[in-house]
Each structure stands twice: as structure tokens, then as C-alpha cells.
Ligand binder design. Structure first.
Ligand SMILES: [Zn+2]
Length: 281
């Protein structure tokens, strides 16, 4: 879907308006983004997850996700699990993993309000619907202040992550990259809590990131503060399907605006998503 000039101008205005929360406003129904499947063999029942190879040098990203059977996704806002991590979560599920989501805020401070009503309630319902669309096993939603996660003590947020990781017997955690990807301080705080738990409890943590050139293009075209990583800092480049992610995005109409940087990001990413280790054991 290539925006017209008028649409693009509207997109830029909308992005400018929404930069304070950068829960990217999205639309649904984009065409041509379903890619090849990143199917992998499902671990045999009873088999233990195998150690992740560490001998591949950075600069040669793995094409396969770690063989975790229980994955915890830690995010700041309802929609992060879909707009950001959706295709990665889907890839884990296709590989046979159970994926749970811990979302630390209700997203009540978003400047995007595509549905009338109280945003806190609307976005909770949207998150739960998106969880079903993605095939998520469990959604844990907390009520820390949207826009204020950075002011919550790290130990408090880490305790939330720790409790949820224990409750689902997580083999590993996925989160936004330590940069926050969009630069949002809530994203940065949520990931910091995940990394803290990884360090404290010996859990591996993967961060979702963008190639540096994609981030550079988005910054140039939208003025949005995306941050990416160069190839030699990326550990996984996987081929994904986007159909489940798109179904989950459609569950977030309060944030799913036609004018969104998301479409350009997906355009640039194509069939691939990129991750890097934030903590290894
Ligand atoms: Zn967010």
C-alpha cells in the first residue's frame, strides 16, 4: 500500500501528533506483506530445549529462533505486543512455543483515540482480543502509569516480570530493544526490567530491533526517533508471516489509524524481523 502525497502529508502530521507516546497508530488491511513461513520443527514432546549455539560470530545472524517452549513477552503498552512483537510472537508459536504477555500499562496516555470512550478500558479489551488473535496463552496486564514507567523503581518492575516469568515457567523473555526502538521511555523501562530479571535469574532475553538503515529511513521520512542496530549487532534475522500480526493489529482500533509509520516500517522490513541478545546465560 503506497500512500498518496496527501496521505503521506497526513501521516506525517499524525506522527508528529503521536510522537509523545509513539504507540504507532496503525491501520489494517495492508496487502502484500505475508511472507514465507518461518516454520521450524516443533521440539519433540518431553525433549529439553537445546542450548542456543554461541559460536556464530555477530554479523552472521541466526535464521532460527531459540528453541524456547515457554516465552514471556514483556511490553509497556497494549499494542506493543502486536504492532511491535506480533510477527516474532507468531513465529515462536508456529515453532511450538507457548507465549505469554506481560503488559505494564493500560496505555491510557496515548494521544491516539480512534474509538470513543475511556482509553484505559478500551485498550485493555483490545489487548485481550489481540492476545486471542495471536494465539497468546496468557495476558497479564498491570496498571503502572502510561508515560511514567521510567519513574517506577526498576526493582518494582523487575518483580512484576519475575513473578510472571515464574508463573509461566518461561525459558526466555522477548522485549523491545534496550533503545526502546521508538525511543519511548516506557519501552526502555520495560526492557530494563526484563534484562534485570534475566541477569538475576539466569534467563535469556531477546530484544526486537530494526536494522539501522530502516531506522534511518523512518527518521528521515517521518521525523520519528527510531533507533536501530547495524548488521554486526543483530543476532537473529528471521523470515516471518504477518497474517496473525495483522489480525492482532485489527484488534486495536483505538490506535489503528490509517496514517501510520507502521506501514512504512513493514514495507521496509518485508518478510523479515530482527532481534539481538540483551542477556545470555
Ligand atoms: Zn508502546
Amino acid at each position: 500500500m503506497t500512500p498518496t502525497s496527501a496521505e503521506k502529508a497526513r501521516m506525517i502530521r499524525s506522527v508528529e501528533l503521536s510522537l509523545t507516546d509513539m504507540g504507532p497508530g496503525l491501520s489494517v488491511g495492508v496487502n502484500g506483506i505475508d511472507g514465507e513461513t518461518a516454520r521450524r520443527d516443533t521440539p519433540a514432546a518431553g525433549a529439553r530445549p537445546q542450548p542456543v549455539p554461541r559460536d556464530a560470530p555477530r554479523g552472521v545472524p541466526s535464521e532460527s529462533l531459540p528453541p524456547w517452549r515457554s516465552v514471556l513477552a514483556v511490553v509497556a503498552h497494549p499494542d506493543d505486543e502486536s504492532f511491535g512483537l506480533g510477527a516474532v510472537i507468531d513465529s515462536f508459536i508456529r515453532a511450538g512455543a507457548d507465549v505469554s504477555v506481560l503488559c505494564l500499562t493500560h496505555g491510557e496516555a496515548s494521544t491516539l483515540h480512534g474509538v470513543a470512550g475511556e482509553l484505559k478500558l478500551i485498550r485493555e479489551a483490545e489487548l485481550r482480543a489481540a492476545g486471542v488473535a495471536l494465539g497468546i496463552s496468557a495476558v497479564q496486564l498491570e496498571a503502572y502509569p502510561d508515560g511514567g514507567l521510567a519513574a517506577v523503581p526498576l526493582t518494582t518492575l523487575a518483580a512484576e516480570v519475575s513473578r510472571t516469568a515464574a508463573s509461566v515457567a518461561a525459558d526466555g523473555i522477548i522485549a523491545f530493544d534496550s533503545s526502546g526502538v521508538t525511543g519511548h521511555t516506557d519501552h526502555i523501562a520495560a526492557t530494563a526490567a526484563a534484562v534485570q530479571v534475566g541477569a538475576d535469574e539466569g534467563l535469556e532475553v531477546l530484544g526486537w530491533t530494526l536494522p539501522a538503515e530502516v531506522a534511518t529511513t523512518l527518521r528521515a521520512e517521518f521525523g520519528a526517533p527510531f533507533l536501530g542496530h547495524s548488521c554486526d549487532e543483530i543476532d537473529f534475522t528471521i523470515v516471518v508471516q504477518r497474517s496473525s500480526q495483522m489480525a492482532a493489529v485489527a484488534c486495536h482500533p483505538s490506535q489503528a489509524l490509517p496514517a501510520s509509520v507502521l506501514w512504512r516500517r513493514l514495507d521496509l522490513l518485508g518478510e523479515r524481523e530482527h532481534l539481538r541478545w540483551l542477556h545470555t546465560v
